[in-house]
Design a protein around this ligand. Structure first.
Ligand code: CA
Length: 436
């Protein structure tokens, strides 16, 4: 069941943190996303924090600020002050919601300012916000699946299971990093269509994938599926995810068991997790063509069609080494929206557990590349350059088919709706380094 709007969503709320009241901030008081941070360059412990304007509310510095807020909110704040958010995630939706309400009231214009609870975001460094036990990546954009399928299998782009099963594969959590991550170009086996045998060397077809990450909150015991209609209560929140991909490794290795070394050398997430409660005003209808199969009963639920989707704008920007040297701003490569997803976040969690698979607090699901219906809304270079055949020309004259060493990819996301403030995800940035 989706979260109803409550006093924390009131569009008229403002904060005593003045930067939270500017129309272009990602972090007005209606958002309140979570991170794990510490002052940059310090040896202090990482701890949980909540974004407000250009500041972080330090959950470890609340002191007696929540004394009047009720036991559940105080307990949740104590869990959130730890060096990962897993314990808060495991505490469940009632705890997350109680803490959100308490923090909203603490930060409102009519509350006493407590600037000593704040750390400027410009002075902070971030950690991956949870210990991610397991990571699964899905493939929920039918536009991406069709475009990529056409490149890999021109005569058979969309496999027949796509419209029935939320397609996914088990990835690795060990190489997931937080925004700011850099990593060397991976080495591996590649074989081009003209070669009889594969060679070995650095990937020459490095790509990004524009995705939404879904953090599991309260999990399930093995053998006890999470029903689709209750799945959202088990989701702590969403982040931005760049699923870096080596297309040449992928093309050679992916059959018959799916992606392997083409994906697990690095994945980068935003430091901020925006809760589903914060996203409640930005729900979107979920639509399925009448000509397509309707979901099987275990993937269907009461609120699916009316409000199963999420209206989240997503964009990808590129900053090359030359642009950095010349002081040029990153250039936007594409823009898309999560509402185009063929499957909802609730369907992903319901499908993942329907066989009895256990999910744990802090597990991460990737949405798959979020490409929109138009070609220019593609969430990867593979699509934007039609498999590397049509180079992109950047405003400074540089060209790209795939990523070059030193390229930095930035992804942003935000939700906006008339009558409600814009809330954002911040950004996820990562840099490709030369092969070692
Ligand atoms: Ca992916």
């Amino acid at each position: 069941m989706s979260i109803q709007l409550n006093e924390t969503h009131d569009p008229s709320l403002t904060s005593w943190v003045a930067s939270a009241n500017t129309p272009d901030t990602d972090f007005p008081i209606q958002n309140l996303p979570f991170c794990v941070f510490r002052p940059r360059g310090s040896v202090q412990a990482f701890r949980g924090g909540v974004a407000i304007g250009d500041q972080i509310l330090d959950l470890a510095a609340l002191g007696d600020a929540l004394d009047g807020a009720g036991e559940m909110a105080r307990a949740a704040a104590a869990l959130g002050a730890r060096d990962s958010l897993n314990a808060l995630m495991a505490a469940g939706q009632g705890s997350w919601s109680a803490l959100r309400l308490a923090l909203s009231r603490l930060l409102r214009s009519d509350a006493a300012p407590r600037p000593r609870m704040l750390v400027p975001q410009s002075d902070a460094e971030y950690a991956v916000p949870a210990n991610i036990g397991d990571y699964t990546d899905f493939y929920t954009s039918i536009h991406h699946a069709t475009a990529v399928g056409r490149l890999f299998r021109p005569d058979n782009p969309l496999l027949p299971n796509y419209k029935w099963v939320p397609i996914g594969y088990h990835g690795r959590s060990s190489t997931i990093g937080v925004s700011g991550q850099s990593f060397p170009r991976p080495l591996g086996q590649v074989r081009s269509a003209s070669e009889a045998e594969p060679g070995f060397g650095p990937s020459r077809k490095m790509d990004y994938e524009l995705e939404v990450g879904i953090f599991v909150g309260s999990g399930n015991a093995q053998g006890e599926p999470i029903a689709a209609g209750r799945a959202e209560a088990s989701i702590f929140g969403l982040c931005l995810l760049n699923d870096w991909s080596a297309r040449d490794l992928q093309a050679w290795e992916y059959q018959p068991l799916g992606p392997f070394l083409s994906k697990n050398f690095a994945s980068t997430i935003s430091p901020w997790i925006v809760t589903l409660e914060a996203l409640a005003p930005y729900r979107a209808p979920w639509q399925r063509d009448a000509a397509d199969p309707q979901p099987l009963p275990y993937l269907d639920y009461a609120e699916l069609r009316g409000a199963g989707g999420l209206d989240i704008e997503l964009e990808v920007l590129l900053e090359t080494e030359a642009m950095r040297r010349d002081g040029l701003a990153p250039v936007r490569l594409s823009q898309s929206n999560f509402r185009h997803s063929y499957w909802t976040v609730a369907q992903l969690l319901a499908h993942h557990t329907v066989n009895g698979c256990a999910m744990r607090a802090g597990d991460l699901l990737g949405s798959g590349t979020q490409s929109g219906p138009q070609a220019e809304e593609a969430g990867s270079l593979l699509e934007l350059t039609v498999g590397g055949k049509q180079a992109l020309t950047l405003p400074n004259g540089e060209q790209r088919v795939f990523l070059e060493d030193g390229d930095r990819i930035v992804m942003r996301g935000w939700a906006a709706r008339a009558g409600h403030p814009r809330i954002g995800f911040g950004e996820v940035a990562g840099t490709l380094l030369p092969a070692r």
